[in-house]
Design a protein around this ligand. Structure first.
Ligand SMILES: Nc1ncnc2c1ncn2[C@@H]1O[C@H](COP(=O)(O)OP(=O)(O)OP(=O)(O)O)[C@@H](O)[C@H]1O
Length: 798
């Protein structure tokens, strides 16, 4: 009977929610009515204690001696024979395809996922199972030969200590296999950053050169500056592409200032805007404004000004009335003023600059841009137009053709097709348009990927942060996640659980957060604080992905994968700027590893970081000590086990925090829900990699510190839920199908996908936190559609 109880194949009847199902389940196991009544009672009690967060489930101690005495203890050989028999039976019953695709049970040996389930351990002679399975703790002496187990564990270097049991269900059980990652052969697009020329070689006002040298501390021209400044000084339009952190801002700001300072009679405030610079986010607007302010030091008669969502409109109107000559703005707020501020006039505008042009020209901003262009066209003299980005593609510049006049095309890396030798198999469409989407990333950037099953994601991120910020020093990290709620959730969780000094490590470190649901004042504060800080972690949405020049960032972590390769490039571009060093780490689940190929198609190559290596840093702090005692002479197997236990201890800390009160459970659920919603908005061509059906709700919930999958998320997220149980099957099907079939399937799945409109709103609200114009009504509707969680950059017109 007890052997039956231990059979992992069948759910324990006590786990059934319905008493009728429970009775049936006992009967199916061949228990008598008396036994059944007793066991139902025992499991009822256990379930109650589980609900009270007391997960110490010790079956044996709950059983009366008369019951356990009926069963003779099995010898080690007998147990081994049984296990072998069971394993063989399972092997025979599973079809070859099932074998190949793998089920949730680990059939293949994985460094991290072995040794979890006693019944599954068939690869070795009768070595006792190392550590408890889900919810259960030390098995009873008469069942498992505890003494013998203890001896072996001690031999392995794991000594039983008197520590209390771990309450958390196993993190390392029932995970999908981690596939082997084959690093596709890719030639990275290389760009030389610096040239041997200096600003003094250019025909610039001497005061401007001095300002560049003394105020901005720059003297040597970068490649993009060397190519762009003369073109813009000659009065031509330009489309400029060069890698992140290569100095694109000065490549347009220097010729702009040079040109405006030479206007005679001298420019006055009353001339209004002579240049309009459009950027996608408020922080970038601020940063650009500050750069121009410094550059304009010797030319005090030229007034720069910034307009952006979140600021007081009234104050902005007053500043516009007073007169701004170089106007830096986010699109939504500028449209707002065009519609509502009488004093805004573009009759003198001679420059239009679209920074991060692929973003400002894309779907979300198209309408705003049309209004801005119409307003500029109807008023001004002939105008010079400049488009810049690290990821300008032909598709995007095609959109811009309407506003450009015979532009010079400046691609610092040259046409991608000329200097690349990409593996042919990786490129499905070798047309020039496709090849031009090979993006350059900084040469000194080290890019890594870690493949982590959903359940382990949270501890893996935490371990990585501890490694970089607590166990080593002077690291500054930016962690990208997909929604404001997730940022809030991780911020409060990590601040409480991770950031204080620990027993072994006295140093503490701080977490900051940045997303579109924060008040503007707070956002600006965080931006400034993180800019000047030497270390720490910034948790953020894509609101910080573009253009921000935050000094000395050492690591970029993409905890949720980006929505496109271009966004990947911009996120990692927050480090390794202007020739500096930096590293990045992308988190993928086993089902998402095809994204590595997607990146390789754009000539981006990643090295694998092993999950166990990330988690192993937990050995540095005994605050996470497992049930055993670690000493340096442990076998590698015991060490792995200790790492797993420590990861479980950390997960327990998180779960305890999350389940501390109703509000924090609520916060975790909200974060999970927004994560799932964001997951539904990956573009169609990436749906075969990131599909909501591939997510296992229970496992994903665990990565939000939730012990159970919350109910009632289906309506919000499409098919997550029961269907998701078959996610592996779906995933495999998806992967074997041709891309066309996948596309068709994605179309067919319209009923579970959000509408196009929802997708575009969602992307603008959750993924980027970029500006959105529009009326209050529109905003209300949006909030209705997405709850109160939207990332709203712009307020509506008054
Ligand atoms: N010629 C130069 N010499 C040294 N440093 C420079 C030079 N030009 C710019 N920089 C510095 O390089 C950093 C990155 O510049 P900038 O923000 O303009 O890059 P970017 O190409 O616009 O990046 P992104 O694509 O991420 O927006 C800034 O700190 C800037 O001050």
């Amino acid at each position: 009977m007890l052997a039956e109880l231990q059979n992992p194949q069948n759910p324990l009847p006590g786990e059934c929610a319905c008493p009728r199902t429970e009775t049936w389940a006992w009967r199916r196991r061949g228990f008598s009515e008396n036994q059944e009544a007793f066991l139902t009672c025992v499991f009822g009690l256990l379930r109650m204690s589980t609900e009270d967060n007391q997960l110490c489930l010790n079956i044996s101690s709950s059983l009366p001696s008369s019951l356990s005495a009926k069963k003779k203890p099995l010898s080690a050989q007998q147990r081994w024979a049984r296990k072998k028999q069971r394993a063989e039976k399972r092997r025979n019953s599973s079809t070859p395809t099932e074998e190949k695709s793998g089920s949730f049970k680990q059939r293949r040996l994985q460094p991290l996922d072995t040794a979890e389930e006693p019944g599954e351990k068939i690869e070795a002679p009768p070595v006792p199972p190392p550590i408890p399975s889900e919810h259960s703790q030390a098995p009873p002496p008469e069942l498992t030969g505890k003494k013998k187990k203890k001896e072996t564990r001690e031999k392995d270097g794991v000594k039983e200590s008197g520590r209390s049991s771990i309450k958390t269900s196993s993190l390392f059980k029932h995970n999908p296999d981690i596939p082997e990652i084959h690093r596709p052969a890719v030639s990275q697009v290389k760009e030389k950053i610096f040239t041997s020329d200096s600003f003094s070689d250019l025909d610039l006002h001497p005061h401007l050169v001095v300002t560049l040298n003394k105020v901005l501390n720059v003297s040597t021209l970068t490649s993009v500056q060397k190519q762009t400044i003369p073109v813009l000084l000659s009065g031509r339009d330009a489309v400029v592409r060069s890698q992140t952190g290569s100095g694109k801002t000065l490549s347009y700001a220097v010729p702009l200032v040079q040109s405006l300072q030479s206007v005679r009679p001298k420019i006055t405030r009353s001339d209004g805007p002579l240049a309009v610079i459009i950027v996608p986010t408020r922080e970038l607007a601020l940063q650009t404004f500050q750069t121009l302010q410094r550059l304009l030091k010797p030319f005090t008669w030229i007034v720069p000004g910034v307009l952006m969502g979140g600021e007081k409109r009234k104050a902005e109107k007053a500043r516009l009335r007073k007169g701004i000559n170089i106007l830096i703005s986010t699109p939504g707020r500028l449209v707002d003023h065009i519609k509502n501020t009488l004093s805004i006039a573009f009759s003198a505008a001679r420059w239009l600059i679209l920074d991060e042009a692929d973003r400002t020209l894309d779907m979300g901003f198209e309408k705003d841009l049309t209004i801005i262009l119409n307003s500029l066209n109807s008023a001004g003299p002939s105008r010079q137009n400049v488009l810049l980005s690290a990821t300008l593609t032909q598709g995007v510049t095609h959109l811009a053709d309407v506003c450009l006049n015979d532009p010079a095309s400046i691609h610092v890396s040259g046409p991608a097709s000329s200097d690349l030798t990409t593996v042919p198999a990786l490129i499905s469409d070798p047309s020039p348009a496709n090849q031009s989407e090979s993006f350059a990333v900084p040469e000194a950037l080290k890019q890594f990927v870690v493949v982590v099953p959903s359940k382990i994601r949270l501890v893996c991120l935490a371990a990585f942060i501890l490694d970089k910020c607590q166990f080593s020093q002077n690291n500054k990290l930016i962690v990208f996640v997909s929604s404001c709620e997730s940022v809030e959730f991780l911020h409060s969780l990590f601040t409480s659980v991770l950031s204080g000094p620990s027993a072994n490590h006295k140093s503490s470190f701080g977490f900051m957060r940045l997303h579109g649901n924060m008040k503007q004042e707070e956002r600006s504060d965080v931006f400034q604080q993180f800019s000047v800080s030497q270390s720490g972690v910034l948790l953020c949405t894509d609101v910080a992905a573009r253009g921000l020049d935050l000094p000395q960032v050492t690591w970029i972590v993409q905890y949720t994968p980006p929505s496109a390769t271009a966004e990947y490039v911009h996120r990692v571009g927050r480090t390794a700027r202007i020739g500096g060093k930096g590293s990045s780490l992308l988190f993928l689940t086993p089902a998402e590893t095809a994204f590595i190929t997607e990146l390789a198609n754009h000539n981006i190559s990643l090295s694998e970081m092993k999950l166990l290596d990330v988690l192993s840093c937990l050995m540095m702090d005994d605050a996470y000590k497992g049930r055993g005692k670690y000493h340096s002479k442990m076998s590698s197997r015991a060490l792995e086990q200790e790492i797993r236990e420590r990861a479980t201890v950390l997960q327990t800390h998180f779960e305890n925090f999350v389940h501390m009160d109703v509000q924090s459970v609520q916060n975790a659920k909200k974060a999970l829900q927004s994560f799932l919603r964001a997951y539904t908005t990956y573009p169609a061509h990436l749906k075969h990699i990131f599909h909501i059906r591939s997510l296992h709700l229970g496992h994903t919930a665990k990565s939000f510190g939730l012990r159970d999958a919350p109910q009632g998320l289906n309506s919000a997220t499409g098919s997550v839920g029961p269907r998701a149980k078959h996610h592996k099957k779906d995933q495999n099907k998806n992967q074997t199908k041709s891309p066309e079939k996948n596309q068709k399937k994605t179309a067919e799945m319209g009923r579970i996908c959000p509408s196009q409109r929802e997708v575009s709103l969602f992307r603008s609200e959750f993924s980027s936190g970029l500006d959105e114009g529009g009326s209050k009504k529109k905003r209300r509707n949006r909030k209705k559609a997405f709850g109160e969680s939207g990332e709203e950059e712009e307020l509506s017109a008054d």
